[in-house]
Design a protein around this ligand. Sequence first.
Ligand SMILES: [Zn+2]
Length: 307
Amino acid sequence: MFDKRMLILSAIISLAGVMAGCGDKQPVPVALPTTEAVQSASPVATVAQTTAAPPVVQAAPTITPVPTTAPTPVATPETKPTPTKTAAPTTLPSVPKSNKLVMIDPGHQKVGNNAPEQVGPDTRETKPKVSSGTVGVKTKKPEYVLNLEVSVLLKAELARRGIKVAMTRETHDVDISNKQRADMANEAGAALVVRIHADGDASASTKGFSVLYPSAAQPAVKPIAAESKQAAVFLLAGMQQATGQKGRGLSARDDLSGFNWSKVPVALVEIGFMTNPEEDELMSDAAYQKKLATGIADGIEQFVNGK
Ligand SMILES: [Zn+2]
């Protein structure tokens, strides 16, 4: 009896919570050439999600434990030196710079889910829950693959710096809507969410990275608007520094579900255009990916340490 009620309740919640903020859209209003709205969701997957899901819908974020080099209490010297001259320990134990959690959201997934999802708490507008993203014009690589490649490097880079990291997904075969991704970060109490995406455009010549942040035009994001923009500024600067490229700048967005449902600071990095042949290849280059991950990590570190 109780279970049944919970199930119905959870179904209602998941239906009401329909949204989809894909990061594919670029700062300039150019129509997306590709898959965003075209991807057809399998009705089977949708049904499975609505009926079979337990009351708690989304998967728990996988948290990468920060190597806990337990700060060993500084041993008191056995033979006490004179009280005036206490030798300072020469090597300090390496401790995490922050115990705050950073959530990385590798955009999209293998199979999109076109079920409608509310774009945010302030609107009745809906978008598909999540799409499979764009595709490399030269590499033929799907965006969801590229996004995860860079995200995995970023995760390692952050962990190396002693920053706690969680990922919304670590495989392609998932079904997590953009609202659910935001909820995962909200529930984890993330200090910052960084969504990793790649862009697409009708023109093959359009290229360059950009960083999107939530527009305060949506009342629900007002509490996180200023911090999110600050994070975006740091991320862009980090990427510019690491790649030597200027990029396309910052863009405030009020139409992305993944932003509008967020209760924690969030920014979305568009690492470049998969519809530009040169940039498409460059973004799959290991050395360039490393630069991107380093630059993004620099921005994250600056934000997290400043909080
Ligand atoms: Zn995208």
